[in-house]
Design a protein around this ligand. Structure first.
Ligand SMILES: Nc1ncnc2c1ncn2[C@@H]1O[C@H](COP(=O)(O)OP(=O)(O)OP(=O)(O)O)[C@@H](O)[C@H]1O
Ligand SMILES: [Mg+2]
Length: 236
């Protein structure tokens, strides 16, 4: 059985019908990339999982447990972490205080992530631990948001375009951290615009088009499938 399972998920913004029955299964401890063109519904899918957009039909299950329609805070406590596109930090709290805000108990029998581990991933955050988060650069705020989510000890981490606007060296570091998160047994759903990165880190890729999953396979299968890439990914 999959750890996270979306079945026939529909979502609307007002009268606009955005998700048209998304079926998506994320195995335990696996990095999955969710690809698609701008506006295909990737962010909406993540928000619908988190309860930030209320699904109008279908279900979201974690480990078989139905989370559909629950409140975002509750869904987070059940073990789904979310790093949204718009880096959410508490601007008036220090870096360290932001990290402390993220701490939640791990599931029984698993080791908790520590703030020291976060500083080991991103030494820059340690250097700036006493600075208010509002003064950080966009890249540093991105690192902080990822770390804060990890400290919640999620079983699945949803990450929306983490490398957007980052300098190439930082992109590398963020990718290494995501790979390490996967190695530590956390499932990851990564929305990533850069195809090479998405294919490099993921064990499985899913492509969205017009609010549905139009392809599921391995990175190699997608690389060997020019029709799918042409129809759903490349800019015409
Ligand atoms: N708050 C909103 N209200 C109304 N429509 C929205 C809202 N957010 C997104 N949409 C629309 O929903 C569709 C899917 O958007 P979504 O953000 O899920 O796309 P995406 O695949 O993440 O692409 P990108 O991040 O490149 O915009 C788009 O047509 C978008 O214009
Ligand atoms: Mg998006």
């Amino acid at each position: 059985m999959s750890l996270l399972e979306l079945s026939g998920l529909h979502a609307h913004y007002g009268k606009s019908h955005i998700l048209h029955g998304v079926d998506l299964a994320v195995p335990d401890a696996t990095i999955v990339s969710l690809l698609g063109r701008n506006g295909s519904g990737r962010s909406t899918t993540l928000k619908a999982i988190m309860g930030l957009v209320r699904p109008s039909a279908g279900s979201v299950r974690l480990d078989g447990r139905d989370l559909t329609g629950r409140r975002p805070y509750d869904i987070c406590r059940c073990g789904i972490g979310f790093v949204p596109e718009e880096r959410l930090v508490f601007p008036n709290l220090t870096v360290e205080e932001n990290l402390v805000m993220g701490l939640q108990k791990p599931p029984a029998g698993t080791a908790a992530w520590t703030i020291e581990e976060m500083y080991a991933y991103f030494p820059r955050l340690k250097e700036r631990s006493t600075i208010r988060a509002g003064y950080l650069s966009g890249g540093e705020q991105q690192m902080l948001t990822i770390c804060r989510s990890l400290l919640g000890n999620p079983r699945v981490l949803l990450i929306d375009e983490p490398t957007e606007g980052l300098a190439p060296q930082i992109v590398e570091v963020v990718m290494e951290v995501i790979l390490d998160i996967g190695r530590r047994g956390i499932a990851v759903v990564l929305v990533e615009q850069k195809l090479t990165i998405a294919l490099k880190v993921a064990a499985q890729v899913m492509v969205m088009g017009h609010g549905e999953i139009v392809f599921t396979g391995t990175p190699g299968q997608l690389a060997d499938n020019p029709e799918i890439r042409h129809a759903w990914l490349e800019v015409a």
